[in-house]
Design a protein around this ligand. Structure first.
Ligand code: F6R
Length: 241
């Protein structure tokens, strides 16, 4: 596990932008695994800037998002479909056909999960997976006690995750309690992983992920077993290392 500690969020975002941009330049038809949330927003802004400056081209890129809230409509402003469109896809030249996010309104969720696994296989696997991390050590929405062999599945969100996500909702009753998420197995099969974290509230999860035992109680700890992981974390998130 390589660890890059940055001064602040801006520098974390800049370094992440550079890594993603290098991937796109080196392999223009890369499959990128993408995350939502506050952490990667700066990186997405950086990628849009590079695209506008004609430094990178997304026309052959495929994207596969980690997760989506269960039962939410794609046009709902809180959905991850909406987030991705607003923060990245509407501002770059990606082919819409190459964008993939779990369809959490699918009638047959089990089938949707299987289809998502097949999709990941059919595009040849994920070249570079971007991850954030929850305060409880979740990656994607693989909450503590997850089975490491899990693939895409329906998840009951942890109380702490629901609380953390409530900052994006006006009414706490609207905060989704379930999500569809890629499993640990899907994530671990990615060729490369970049995990981003910023802020003191992530410091304990970062410490446990890097220095603690490998355990389903702290899902991100499994990344110790992956051969190509880069953590880009700011000083505050790294403060307990
Ligand atoms: C989002 C995702 C989650 C977030 C995590 C951190 O697609 O999979 O694991 O990365 O909850 O969220 P933020 O960045 O908002 O702190």
């Amino acid at each position: 596990m390589r660890i890059i500690i940055t001064e602040n969020y801006e520098e974390m975002s800049f370094k992440a932008t550079q890594i993603l941009a290098s991937q796109v330049i080196l392999k223009p038809n890369s499959v990128l695994g993408l995350a939502t949330g506050s952490t990667p927003e700066g990186m997405y802004k950086g990628l849009i800037k590079y695209y506008r400056e004609k430094l990178i081209d997304f026309s052959l890129i495929t994207t596969i998002n980690l997760d989506e809230y269960y039962g939410i409509k794609a046009e709902n402003e809180q959905s991850y479909h909406y987030y991705m469109n607003k923060n990245l896809f509407s501002k770059i030249n990606i082919n819409k056909k190459n964008i993939h996010i779990p369809l959490s309104q699918a009638k047959d969720i089990e089938k949707e999960c299987k289809n998502y696994d097949h999709l990941i296989e059919s595009v040849g696997g994920i070249d570079l997976q971007v991850l954030g991390i929850g305060q409880n050590g979740h990656i994607g929405f693989n909450e503590p006690d997850i089975k490491f062999e899990a693939r895409t599945h329906l998840v009951n969100l942890d109380k702490s995750t629901i609380e953390a996500n409530s900052r994006f909702f006006n009414d706490s009753h609207d905060v989704p309690k379930m999500a569809i998420s890629m499993g640990i197995k899907n994530i671990m099969q990615s060729k490369k992983i970049v995990l981003l974290a910023s802020g003191i509230e992530k410091s304990e999860a970062i410490f446990q992920m890097v220095k603690g035992p490998i355990t389903p109680n702290l899902p991100a700890s499994v990344l110790q077993l992956h051969p190509d992981v880069v953590l880009i974390i700011d000083k505050k998130a790294a403060s307990k290392l």
